[in-house]
Design a binder for this molecule. Structure first.
Ligand code: ATP
Ligand code: MG
Length: 301
C-alpha cells in the first residue's frame, strides 16, 4: 500500500507536484497517468525517498521510505535515471545490490531467471540492448521480493515482445498480491495493463478511478456500427435521439445513445449487427480530462 497525502514538490518557480493525495492498493496494477512533465517521476522519486517533499508525506506500508528497516525487501523501483557501470555484468551488478540489501545470492540467480537474462548474465551491461537493460532494471527492483513495486515508464522504447512481457509481469505481480504502481503517458498501454488509475496534470490530481470508469466518464461516447441494413437502422436510431454519420466504408458513427440502445433497436428490426465498437478511446477520455493542465502542447493548426 502506498499512501500520499498532500504531497508537494517545487523546483524554483515550478510546482512539479502540487498537493497530491492518492492511495495505491495491493493486489492490483495502478497506472500513474499524466502528460509529459506532470510530475510522475518526481512523485515516484519522493516515494523512494530520493527527493524530499516540500509539504505533505508519502508512506509505503505505513512507513516513510527512510524508516523502512529493510527497504529493498519492502519496495522495489525501476526509476527513469538508471546509472549502472557499463563494464559490469548483470550478475555482478545485481549481486552488489543484493549484498547491500542483505539479500541471498540464490535470489540473484532467481531474479535473473525470472526476467529471462540467464544467457547474458555475465555479459557487460554496456553492451545490453534497451530491452535487456530494462529487464535488468526490473530484476533489480524485484531483488528483495518486495510487496510494493514501482515502475516509471517501463515500456518506453520497448518492442512489442518487451511490452507484452512487461505487461504480463505487472499483472502477475499484482495477482501475487503485490502493490504495483506503474507510470505511463501511453493511454492505450494503461487500458491493457492497469486496473486502477491515478491521473495527474501539472502535478495535480485530476482523477483517481478504475480504468473502466475512466472511459465511461468521458462525455463524447461514440460507436462504430455496421449492420445488414443501415437504411433501416438510421431512422430508428435518430428517433431514439442519436446523431448518426455515414462513413465511406459503409459503417455508421453513432453518438448520443448507449451501446444497449443500438443493440436493442437493431434486434427489434431483426437487423443483424455486424459490428458495434466503442470509439471512445482511453486517449480521448484522457485528453478531455487533462484539457487545460497539459504543460507542453503543440499549437493547434
Ligand atoms: N531536478 C529538477 N529540477 C528542476 N525541475 C525539475 C526537476 N525534476 C523535474 N522538474 C520539473 O518538474 C516537472 C515535473 O517533472 P517530472 O519529470 O516529474 O514529470 P513526468 O510526469 O515524469 O514527465 P515525463 O512524462 O516527461 O517523464 C517538470 O516541469 C520538470 O521540468
Ligand atoms: Mg517521468
Amino acid at each position: 500500500m502506498i499512501e500520499a497525502r498532500g504531497l508537494t514538490k517545487r523546483f524554483g518557480d515550478t510546482v512539479a507536484v502540487d498537493d497530491l493525495t492518492f492511495n495505491v492498493a495491493p493486489g492490483k496494477v495502478t497506472g500513474f497517468l499524466g502528460p509529459n512533465g506532470s510530475g510522475k517521476s518526481t512523485t515516484m522519486s519522493m516515494i523512494m525517498g530520493l527527493n524530499h517533499p516540500d509539504a505533505g508525506s508519502v508512506t509505503i506500508s505505513g512507513k516513510k521510505y527512510h524508516d523502512l528497516r529493510w527497504p529493498m525487501r519492502e519496495v522495489g523501483a525501476l526509476l527513469e535515471a538508471r546509472a549502472i557501470h557499463p563494464g559490469r555484468s548483470a550478475y555482478s551488478h545485481l549481486w552488489s545490490l543484493a549484498q547491500y540489501g542483505g539479500i541471498a545470492k540464490s535470489r540473484v540467480e532467481e531474479v535473473i531467471d525470472h526476467v529471462g537474462l540467464t544467457s547474458v548474465a555475465n555479459r557487460r551491461v554496456g553492451k545490453f540492448s534497451l530491452g535487456m537493460g530494462q529487464r535488468l532494471g526490473i530484476a533489480a527492483a524485484l531483488l528483495g521480493d518486495p510487496a510494493v513495486v514501482l515502475l516509471d515508464e517501463p515500456v518506453n522504447g520497448l518492442d512489442t515482445e518487451g511490452i507484452r512481457w512487461t505487461r504480463r509481469l505487472c499483472r502477475d505481480l499484482a495477482a501475487e498480491g503485490r502493490t504495483v504502481f506503474l507510470s505511463s503517458h501511453l493511454m492505450a498501454e494503461m487500458a491493457l495493463t492497469a486496473d486502477q488509475l491515478v491521473v495527474v496534470g501539472k502535478g495535480r490530481l485530476i482523477a483517481e478511478l478504475p480504468v473502466d470508469d475512466f472511459v465511461a466518464c468521458s462525455s463524447k461516447r461514440s460507436f462504430k456500427v455496421r449492420a445488414a441494413n443501415l437504411d433501416l437502422l438510421i431512422p430508428a436510431l435518430e428517433d431514439a435521439g442519436a446523431l448518426t454519420i455515414r462513413e465511406a466504408n459503409s459503417s455508421l458513427t453513432v453518438t448520443n445513445v448507449s451501446a444497449e440502445t443500438i443493440g436493442e433497436l437493431a434486434l427489434e428490426q431483426q437487423n443483424a449487427l455486424y459490428e458495434l465498437t466503442d470509439l471512445c478511446s482511453l486517449e480521448d477520455a484522457f485528453m478531455e480530462l487533462t484539457e487545460g493542465v497539459v504543460e507542453y502542447r503543440a499549437a493547434s493548426r
